[in-house]
Design a protein around this ligand. Structure first.
Ligand SMILES: NC(=O)c1ccc[n+]([C@@H]2O[C@H](COP(=O)([O-])OP(=O)(O)OC[C@H]3O[C@@H](n4cnc5c(N)ncnc54)[C@H](OP(=O)(O)O)[C@@H]3O)[C@@H](O)[C@H]2O)c1
Length: 230
């Protein structure tokens, strides 16, 4: 049976690869990000699956309501990947109010709202996968310049642990994946020339399996997906 999958940040990087692998394996995908043209390209990967997309800015709180309409004909959401992210790399003193607001909106408030919006289409066999960074994990190595990025992503860690407690047994399972460096445009823009030990394709392959099966084994967990970051 085709699964119904929502992926934010599907226009490039890890999210694009994740959308691709789900579509190729016959799952229905709702892809969300700002860049409609890039999202539309994913249609070519349909394979007995159904692709749809929503072009919106996760920082525009009210526009997120469109998601309800976009999945009206789905009786269930099997996996929500809160994958979109915004990385600001600036010395602490130079971070502006709009950097702070936008980072929190995209990295925390948007994912929070999406979970609320899809909740009535989920059950105990649905899985919410929040994507955060190793830098958001307490006690991990921290990188100067990522003050607003890592701390805005840290909210997802606590939210994951909390919702796993608050949701009852008929509600979805929820986990958080803390990624180390992955070779994507985001990494290249923030740290030009840095070579990550893992590709977007490899990460998507892990997330594909984890999204479909991980909730049978784990709930409320923060899983560190990193071979290098202590
Ligand atoms: N790559 C790494 O080394 C690394 C490490 C740790 C954690 N992560 C996390 O992994 C996730 C994927 O990262 P990536 O490397 O694949 O990043 P990426 O290549 O920069 O892709 C980010 C995606 O998020 C979307 N996005 C950004 N701002 C948005 C907004 N305001 N509204 C809607 N969508 C928005 C972008 O689409 P549009 O531009 O079309 O909106 C894009 O599809 C992120 O959450 C990131 O923080 C990545």
């Amino acid at each position: 049976m085709n699964k119904n999958i929502i992926i934010t940040g599907a226009s490039r990087g890890i999210g694009r690869e994740l959308a691709k692998i789900h579509l190729l394996n016959g799952n229905n995908v709702l892809a969300i990000s700002r860049n409609a043209e890039k999202l539309e390209e994913l249609k070519m990967f349909e394979n007995n699956s159904q692709f749809r997309f929503l072009s919106l800015d996760l920082a525009d709180y009210n526009s997120l309501n469109q998601i309800t309409q976009a999945i009206q004909d789905w009786n269930k959401v099997d996996v929500l990947y809160n994958n979109a992210g915004l990385l600001v790399n600036k010395p602490f003193a130079e971070i502006t109010e709009s950097d702070i607001d936008y980072s929190i909106d995209v990295n925390y408030k948007g994912p929070f709202r999406l979970i609320q919006l899809i909740l009535d289409k989920t059950d105990f066999n649905s899985h919410i996968v929040n994507i955060t960074t190793m830098g958001a994990v307490q006690g991990s190595l921290k990188f100067p310049g990522l003050g607003v990025y890592s701390s805005s992503k840290a909210g997802l860690v606590t939210l994951t642990e909390l919702l796993a407690q608050e949701f009852n047994e008929n509600q979805p399972r929820i986990n958080c994946i803390a990624l180390g460096a992955v070779q994507t445009e985001m990494l290249e823009e923030a740290f030009p020339g840095y070579i990550a030990p893992i590709s977007a394709e490899e990460t998507a392959e892990y997330l594909y399996n984890f999204g479909l099966n991980g909730h049978r084994y784990q709930n409320g967990k923060v899983i560190q997906l990193s071979t290098t970051t202590p």
